[in-house]
Structures are given as C-alpha cells and as structure tokens.
Write a protein that binds this ligand. Sequence first.
Ligand code: NAD
Ligand code: UDP
Ligand code: UDP
Length: 357
Amino acid sequence: AYELPTRNFDLVNAAGARIPLGLKSKSLRVLVTGGSGFVGSHLVDRLMARGDNVIVVDNFFTGRKDNVLHHLRNPRFELIRHDVVEPILLEVDQIYHLACPASPVHYKYNPVKTIISFINLFSSRLRYHKTNVVGTLNMLGLAKRINARFLLTSTSEVYGDPLEHPQVETYWGNVNPIGVRSCYDEGKRVAETLTMDYHRGLNTEVRIARIFNTYGPRMCLDDGRVVSNFVAQALRKQPLTVYGDGMQTRSFQYVSDLVDGLMRLMEGEHVGPFNLGNPGEFTMLELAKVVQDTIDPNAKIEFRPNTEDDPHKRKPDISRAKELLGWQPSVTLREGLPLMVSDFRQRIFGDLKEGGS
Ligand code: NAD
Ligand code: UDP
Ligand code: UDP
C-alpha cells in the first residue's frame, strides 16, 4: 500500500497550458435511493458523466441491476442492496430520494379479475406505506445528521382527480384517502409533509419535485403503466388495452427532460414543490394512435373496464419551474416514443432480433 501525495499540483496539458487542479471544485458524493429503477438509473448516468461519486441504495423490488450494470466496475460507483425502511449510515453531500415501489400493478388492480391475490395486494400496499413513510423518514434523518441536501421525488398523483386544470403547485388536490390509489398518492403526500417538517423544524435543506407521467428506455416492461403497456402490446402484436372510454388525459414526459429538471432543482436555490412534466396533453386514444403510427399501424384497440378512482385529466402548469429553474421539457411524445422502442424490442425478443432494429 502507498499514499498518494496530497499537495495541490498543476497538470500541464498537451498544448502546454497549465490546469490548476487545486482550483477544481471537489466532485460531489451523491446518494440515489431507487437508483437501479427506471428514472433513477438515467439520473445515475448523468451524475456519473458529471464526475460525481455515486452511491445507489436499492432493494430491487421494481428496479433491476441490469440498469446500472455499466457502472459496476467504475470506482466512483457503489451499489448497495438495502431497503430504505431500515436505517442506514452513509456520508454524502446530496440525496436524491426516489425509492418507491412505483408500479400500478402492485396497488390498483382488482384482485378478483387479475392473478394478484388479496394477500399479495395487501402486502404490496404495506410495502408502499413503509417505503413512503418510514423510508422517507430514514432518508430525512440521514440528511439531517450529515447535513446533506435532500430531494424528494413526489408525484402528480398528489393532485388526485383534480378539480383544477392544468394543475398549479398551489392546488391542494382532490384525493380519496381510502381509495385503491391511496397507498401511493396519500403516501407521497405524507412524504411531502415529512420533508417540509424537517425543513421548517430542523433546517434540513430540501427540494420537492412533483413528477408527471414519464416514459423512456428501461421502463419496467409489465408494470401496468399505459405507455409501457401499449408499446409492449404493439411489439407483441397484441391489442392495445384502452381502459374506460379512452378519453381521460395524461401528459407524457420523456425521461431525459425529467432528469434535467431534477438536477436543476437539486442545484438551484428553491425548495419547491415544482411540477416537472410535459404540458402536451393526450387522451389515451390519442396515445394509442401515436403508438400505432410509431410501431404498427395495424395494431388493434381493445376497450377494458377502467380502474377505480382513475383521474379524468392531468396536465402540469410548469410556469414555476420555467421561471425559477429555467427549465422546460424539449422532447415531444412523437419524438420520444421511438427512442424507447428499440430498448423494449430487445428486452421482449432478446438476442433473437438483436441487430435488427
Ligand atoms: P421504478 O419502480 O423504476 O424505481 C423505483 C426504485 O425504487 C426501484 O429500483 C425499486 O427497486 C426501488 N425501491 C422501491 N422500494 C424500495 C425500498 N423500500 N428500498 C430501496 N429501494 C426501493 O420507478 P420510477 O418510475 O423510476 O420512479 C422513481 C420515482 O419517481 C418514484 O419515487 C416515483 O414515485 C416517482 N415518480 C415517477 C413517475 C413516472 O412516471 N415514472 C411519476 C411520478 C413520480
Ligand atoms: N436515520 C438513518 N441514518 C442516519 C440518521 C438517521 O437511517 O444517519 C434514521 C433513524 O434511524 C430514524 C430516522 O432516520 O429512524 C429519523 O432520524 P432522526 O434523527 O431525525 O429522528 P430520531 O432518530 O431522533 O427519532
Ligand atoms: N391505461 C389504459 N390502458 C392500459 C394502462 C393504463 O388505458 O393498459 C390508462 C389508465 O386507466 C389511466 C392512464 O392510462 O387513465 C394512465 O395510467 P398509468 O397507470 O400509466 O398512470 P397514472 O394513472 O398513474 O397516471
């Protein structure tokens, strides 16, 4: 073993210019909970590219090791299998708290009509409660102890089935506290409450993002979300399942836009909450049409009964993020959708079709 010299020294680059290493700002130590999931792994890619030291804490409930496999040999990267419901001791500068079993299959499906039993459904819901409440509390306790900045990824679901349209951050929402979605939307509302309490009561530096429906490569294939369902169905030559009359709306954001917003929020001076979403609003039938145009014009549509408490419409007002974070999404649905298709094709058909897309 040997020690590296600790004194500051300058490098001379190929052109003979001096690069003062002593002035280079220290690279950050960043914790990403849920970092092997869909959004988290894209965020990790950006942080690693920036030169940060990144620790991912994930229990792999809905995330996959595959999503961060390409960083495993990098000495600046560390992957810890851990459930945030249990306390953990780490030393970092920033915490992006994404951990949440974020998949509608796990909480909102009618167990009589699907393969999910009541017992499994209950234990999934319990997992939401524990992760959103105890998990968020633990990560706030950690942030407080080590003086780290803490960012919560909340959700547009906190607006429930909104009576105001589009949704502004000052709107308090219309949520059913005992409905099928409550373990998710009420759970995130509690997480926001905890975050603001640590901020106001203990001066913990916090940031809150309210994320609207996001899609892109590495989305869970069978998690029941509408974009992943439609894309997988079109590729598998199955009918696109439209719930209800298909006239309900959502606003779909490409994942790179979201990651950009999350990083600006973390680095900026404002607590939030901030809506991070793409204001482009689509009915589910319009989304099905975009999927048909992108993947298979002959894809059939099949109507299914809708789930309970399904919000009728959703669209973010992003004026606050535009003004205070200088952020707005840049990828439209028609541009973003093709970008996830080759990833889905490869994961669905495996190596058989590799190179064909
Ligand atoms: P995801 O399921 O792909 O990622 C969540 C990650 O958290 C997974 O890797 C999962 O294994 C991990 N996790 C779950 N419970 C955990 C626990 N107790 N301990 C440690 N790890 C745990 O979902 P995503 O879409 O990437 O969502 C990331 C965050 O963004 C979530 O907090 C979600 O609520 C929020 N969000 C996402 C969307 C969206 O459209 N994708 C919309 C609104 C909010
Ligand atoms: N916690 C943690 N890591 C830390 C510090 C705290 O996981 O480095 C957890 C701790 O176990 C507790 C929670 O965060 O369950 C809240 O901690 P805090 O210190 O705010 O509250 P207290 O422990 O005093 O109840
Ligand atoms: N949906 C649909 N077909 C599907 C899955 C979902 O029509 O295969 C509808 C669902 O009823 C809802 C919308 O798509 O109105 C968005 O659902 P998702 O679960 O993706 O997101 P969330 O409801 O959480 O916004």
